[in-house]
Design a binder for this molecule. Structure first.
Ligand SMILES: Cc1cc2nc3c(=O)[nH]c(=O)nc-3n(C[C@H](O)[C@H](O)[C@H](O)COP(=O)(O)OP(=O)(O)OC[C@H]3O[C@@H](n4cnc5c(N)ncnc54)[C@H](O)[C@@H]3O)c2cc1C
Length: 433
C-alpha cells in the first residue's frame, strides 16, 4: 500500500485539532488531519478563554487577559503560561475571524468576559458567544423584561427552571411553553433545527410566540434556530415578532457544537487541508529518517501517512487521547509519559465538590516551551512532535472554564513549532545516494 506523504499530521478533530488545521492551512503547510468526532460535537458553542480563577475561590474572571496574566504567575506550569499573552490574542482573533467569515459569527467585548445564561439557569462567564446569543447577554445585563420559551416534548430544557434559578438576579422573566411547529412527540435539537429551515415552520413559531409576548422586550429560545446560518433565522423571527430573539444553549448533544464542527469540516479542505474525519490512527512508528509513519484504520479501508512532523490533539478520556486502568493513566498513541498522581487512590478527593478539583483532572502530557511532549528523561520525546488541547497536563479546563481558549491557544503554539520544523527541513540539503 502506497503511503501518503505530508509535512504535518494533525491527530484529532476536536477544537484543538480544528484550530491547528486552520493555523496550518493559513500558512499553507501541507497537512493531513485525522480524527473521530471529539468533544466539540457536544459543546455549547460558547468560546471560553478563562472564566474562573482561582478555582479554589470560584472567582468569576471579569477580564480574561488579566486573569491569564495572574494564572501564569500563580501556576507557571499551566499551558497558558507557555505562551505570551499577545500570541493567545492572535490565536483567538484568528479563530473568531475565521468563524465570522465562514457564516458562524461570534460576539465578544475585547477585554471583558460576557455573562451568558446556561440551560440550567446559572450564569457563565465566557469570552465569545455565537451572534444568536448576543441579545441574551445584553438582556441579562440590562435586566430587560424577557419571555423565555420552551416546547412540549423537548426534554432537558425548562424555561421555568431557568426563570426560577435566576429569580433574584433577573426578576423580569416570564415563561411560555408551546408546541413546536411541524414536529410532534419527543423533540430532539437537531431535528428541530432542521425543521426551522422551512419558512412555514418559522412563520408558525413566530405567530405562537407573538401571541404570548405580553410587554416583553426580548425572547429567549433554546438553541435550535437552524443548523446553518442561525443568525438569519433569529433575525427573521425577531422581525416577525417585533423584539430581539436570542438563543440559550441546550444540554448536550445540541446543535451548537454541530454548527462549529460543520463549519470547520466544510472550510478546512478549501484551505488545502487533507481531512479524513471518522478515521482513527491505530498505530505510529518513527522511521530511521525521523519522520512518523501513521497507520489509519476504518472498516472500509486502511491508509498510511508518512509525516515530517505531527501535532497530537487527541484529547483526554472522552477523545481517547488518554486511557486509564487500575495501574494508571496512559497516552494512547505514542506511549508518552503522563503526569499523574502517584497512586490511584489519589486521583480524586473524598469530597466530590472539592473546590480545588480532583487531581486526575490535571493529569496529562507535559510539554516544553515549544509544546513538545517530554519523554521520561525530561527532554523532548521527539523533536518533531508537539501536543495541544485538553491532553496537556496542569490544567483543569472544566473548572477553569477555558476549554476552547486553551485548545485554540495551545494549537497555535504547537503549529508555530511545527512550522519552524518544516522550514528547517526545507533548508537541509537533499540526501544523495
Ligand atoms: C459537553 C461539553 C460542553 C462543552 N462546552 C464548552 C463551552 O461551552 N465552551 C468551551 O470553550 N468549551 C466547551 N467544551 C470543551 C471543548 O469542546 C473541548 O472539549 C475542549 O476544548 C478540548 O478539545 P480537544 O480538541 O483538546 O479534545 P477533544 O474535543 O476531546 O478532541 C480530541 C480528538 O482526538 C481524536 N482522537 C483521539 N485519538 C485518536 C486517534 N488515535 N486517531 C484519530 N483521532 C483520535 C478524537 O476522536 C477527537 O476528535 C465542552 C465540552 C463538552 C464535552
Amino acid at each position: 500500500m502506497e503511503a501518503i506523504e505530508c509535512d504535518l499530521m494533525i491527530v484529532g478533530s476536536g477544537m484543538a485539532g480544528m484550530a491547528a488545521s486552520l493555523f496550518a492551512g493559513q500558512r499553507r503547510i501541507d497537512t493531513v488531519q485525522v480524527g473521530v468526532t471529539g468533544e466539540i460535537q457536544f459543546a455549547s458553542g460558547l468560546l471560553d478563554l478563562l472564566g474562573v480563577h482561582p478555582i479554589t475561590a470560584g472567582s468569576a474572571v471579569q477580564n480574561p487577559w488579566e486573569g491569564i496574566r495572574q494564572l501564569a504567575k500563580t501556576r507557571p506550569n499551566h499551558p497558558y503560561a507557555r505562551l505570551p499573552l499577545g500570541t493567545i490574542r492572535t490565536a483567538m482573533e484568528t479563530v473568531v475571524e475565521f468563524l465570522n467569515q465562514a457564516g458562524l459569527p461570534y460576539f465578544r467585548c475585547a477585554d471583558r468576559n460576557l455573562r451568558m445564561v446556561t440551560p440550567v439557569g446559572t450564569v457563565k462567564p465566557t469570552y465569545a458567544v455565537p451572534e444568536t446569543m448576543a441579545a441574551g447577554v445584553r438582556a441579562l445585563e440590562e435586566k430587560w423584561q424577557t419571555l423565555l420559551v420552551d416546547f412540549h416534548g423537548f426534554k432537558g430544557y425548562s424555561a421555568l427552571q431557568i426563570k426560577e434559578t435566576l429569580r433574584r438576579e433577573w426578576p423580569g422573566l416570564r415563561t411560555l411553553r408551546i408546541p413546536f411547529p411541524g414536529l410532534a412527540g419527543d423533540l430532539y435539537a437537531e431535528r428541530m433545527a432542521m425543521a426551522l429551515h422551512r419558512p412555514e415552520n418559522r412563520r408558525q413559531l413566530a405567530e405562537s410566540i407573538a401571541e404570548g409576548l405580553g410587554g416583553c422586550r426580548a425572547v429567549g429560545v433554546p438553541a435550535v434556530l437552524g443548523l446553518y446560518r442561525p443568525q438569519e433565522v433569529a433575525a427573521e423571527l425577531g422581525d416577525r415578532i417585533g423584539v430581539s430573539v436570542f438563543e440559550i444553549p441546550t444540554m448536550p448533544p445540541g446543535v451548537t457544537g454541530l454548527r462549529l464542527r460543520q463549519t470547520f469540516e466544510e472550510r478546512l479542505p478549501d484551505m488545502g487541508i487533507r481531512t479524513w474525519y471518522q478515521q482513527k490512527v491505530s498505530s505510529v512508528r518513527r522511521l530511521a529518517d525521523g519522520r512518523f509513519r501513521f497507520e489509519l484504520d476504518n472498516t472500509i479501508s486502511a491508509k498510511t501517512v508518512v509525516a515530517n512532523s505531527a501535532v497530537l490533539a487527541s484529547g483526554r478520556f472522552f477523545g481517547r487521547g488518554l486511557t486509564a486502568d487500575r495501574s494508571g493513566i496512559r497516552e494512547s498513541l505514542f506511549g508518552l509519559p503522563v503526569v499523574q498522581p502517584s497512586s490511584r487512590d489519589q486521583w480524586h478527593h473524598r469530597d466530590l465538590l472539592n473546590p480545588s478539583g480532583h487531581p486526575i483532572n490535571r493529569a496529562g502530557v507535559e510539554v516544553d516551551s515549544h509544546f513538545r511532549p517530554l519523554g521520561r528523561n525530561g527532554a523532548p520525546a521527539f523533536s518533531n512532535l508537539t501536543a495541544a488541547g485538553s491532553i496537556l497536563a496542569h490544567q483543569d479546563w472544566i473548572r477553569e472554564k477555558c476549554g476552547s481558549g486553551l485548545a485554540i491557544a495551545t494549537a497555535y503554539g504547537a503549529v508555530q513549532q511545527a512550522i519552524s520544523i518544516c522550514a528547517a527541513k526545507k533548508k537541509q540539503p537533499p540526501v544523495v545516494g
